[in-house]
Design a protein around this ligand. Structure first.
Ligand code: PGA
Length: 233
């Protein structure tokens, strides 16, 4: 594990964008695992600003998660977030960008389809992650076991409290989501974990405390190639 400390969000964004762009230069047809939330926004902005430097024409992306009941017509969905913050600014083929289908009535079929899709793509070359205040990665919430494959989760109070602010009407925030499980994250060639200074204490617990499903990100201690970039408090 490589742990890089930076002074502010801007520096974190630049370094993260450098690593993501380097991955695409190194392997133009790579599979990027992407994240949503506030933390990666700066990195996406920086990638968008440098969109003449690197072509995403052959890149495929799989996102970590999506809310149940939201699709591209909802400004609060993660499919909308990705289009607005990254995909519409780079030359990626939108047909090569994937998120779990939060609209499918048969949720377990949607989960199985996403697991199968990631396998069909041959796994993930570089997985970008944020970390929740409760240690979640994707929407893998604290649990009694590490959930390995795509599954539907009931979002924890900590996650609902943290994310409701992103909704025009917080009461509209779905209480359930579909998330990638730990297997594709742990099988990713590389993982890039970003954390702002407000995540300092949970990040220390995840990186140096016991490996436990109660702190889902702690599983990354067992990953062969993790880069952590965090903003010093
Ligand atoms: P944030 O969320 O980037 O909005 O803080 C990170 C996460 O919950 O994984």
């Amino acid at each position: 594990m490589r742990v890089l400390t930076v002074q502010n969000n801007e520096e974190m964004a630049q370094k993260a964008a450098d690593i993501l762009l380097a991955q695409v230069i190194l392997k133009p047809d790579c599979v990027l695992g992407l994240a949503t939330g506030s933390t990666p926004l700066g990195a996406y902005r920086s990638m968008a600003a440098r969109n003449k430097e690197v072509s995403f024409a052959q890149v495929k992306t799989v996102n970590l998660d999506e809310y149940c009941g939201l699709d591209a017509t909802s400004p609060d969905s993660y499919v909308s977030y990705m289009r607005e913050n990254l995909f519409s600014h780079i030359d990626i083929d939108i047909a090569n960008t994937y998120l779990p289908d939060g609209m499918q009535e048969d949720v377990s079929a949607a989960c199985n389809a996403y697991t199968a899709l990631i396998a069909r793509l041959g796994g993930i070359d570089l997985q970008l992650l944020g970390i929740g205040h409760n240690g979640h990665i994707g929407f893998n919430e604290p649990d009694t076991v590490f959930q390995m494959d795509t599954h539907c989760v009931t979002l924890s109070k900590s996650t609902l409290d943290a994310n409701a602010v992103h909704f025009a009407r917080p009461a509209d925030m779905p209480k359930k989501a579909i998330t990638m499980g730990m297997r594709p994250i742990m099988q990713a060639e590389r993982v890039l974990l970003l954390a702002g200074k407000e995540k300092q204490s949970i990040l220390q617990e995840a990186l140096y405390g016991p490996v436990t499903p109660q702190v889902p990100a702690s599983i990354l201690q067992l990953h062969k190639h993790v880069i952590v970039i965090y903003v010093a408090a």
